[in-house]
Ligand binder design. Structure first.
Ligand SMILES: [Zn+2]
Length: 150
C-alpha cells in the first residue's frame, strides 16, 4: 500500500463562512497576545474593495489598555482609509462561538451596521448574525459624512 505522502491539506472554513476571512481570523487568533486571560480572539473583516483586515486581541499589564480583536481590525481598516466593511469573522477557541463585547459592538456599528458577522470557534461551530442584530438601536452622533468613501 502506498501513501500519498505528507501533504498537508488546509482545513476548510465551516460551511457558509467565507474561507479567506476565516483563514485570516484564525491566523490572527493564533497571533493574539493574551498572556493574562489566555482568551485569544482573532477577527478579520472585508472592506467593500475586497481588502481583508485582521485583528487580534492585545492585552496589557495595565488591563484597561487591552484592545479587543474586533477593534484592532477596525483600527487597521480606518487607518488605511477604509470607512466600512461588508463582513466579519470572529474566531475563538471557546467551547461555543464568542460574541463581541459591548464596546466592540458599538465600534463595529460605527462603520458597518449592516455587515454580516460570523462567530466561529476552533471546533467549527458557527453563529451567523449581523452588526445591527448584535447592537439594536446602536448609537449614532449624527450622519456619518466624514470620509464617506466606502
Ligand atoms: Zn470587545
Amino acid at each position: 500500500m502506498t501513501s500519498e505522502g505528507a501533504t498537508t491539506t488546509e482545513p476548510a472554513a465551516p460551511a457558509g463562512v467565507p474561507h479567506d476571512l476565516w483563514l485570516a481570523a484564525r491566523e490572527a487568533y493564533r497571533n493574539a497576545y493574551a498572556p493574562y486571560s489566555r482568551f485569544r480572539v482573532g477577527a478579520a473583516l472585508r472592506a467593500p474593495d475586497g481588502r481583508v483586515f485582521p485583528g487580534a486581541n492585545v492585552e496589557n499589564s495595565s488591563f484597561g489598555l487591552t484592545r479587543c480583536a474586533e477593534q484592532s481590525a477596525v483600527q487597521a481598516l480606518a487607518t488605511s482609509g477604509g470607512r466600512g466593511f461588508d463582513e466579519l469573522v470572529v474566531y475563538t477557541g471557546s467551547p461555543q462561538p464568542s460574541s463581541p463585547c459591548g464596546a466592540c459592538r458599538q465600534v463595529l456599528f460605527e462603520f458597518a451596521p449592516d455587515a454580516k458577522v460570523y462567530l466561529v470557534n476552533e471546533a467549527g461551530d458557527v453563529i451567523a448574525t449581523t452588526v445591527a442584530d448584535l447592537l439594536p438601536l446602536g448609537f449614532r452622533l449624527g450622519p456619518a459624512t466624514e470620509g464617506a468613501a466606502g
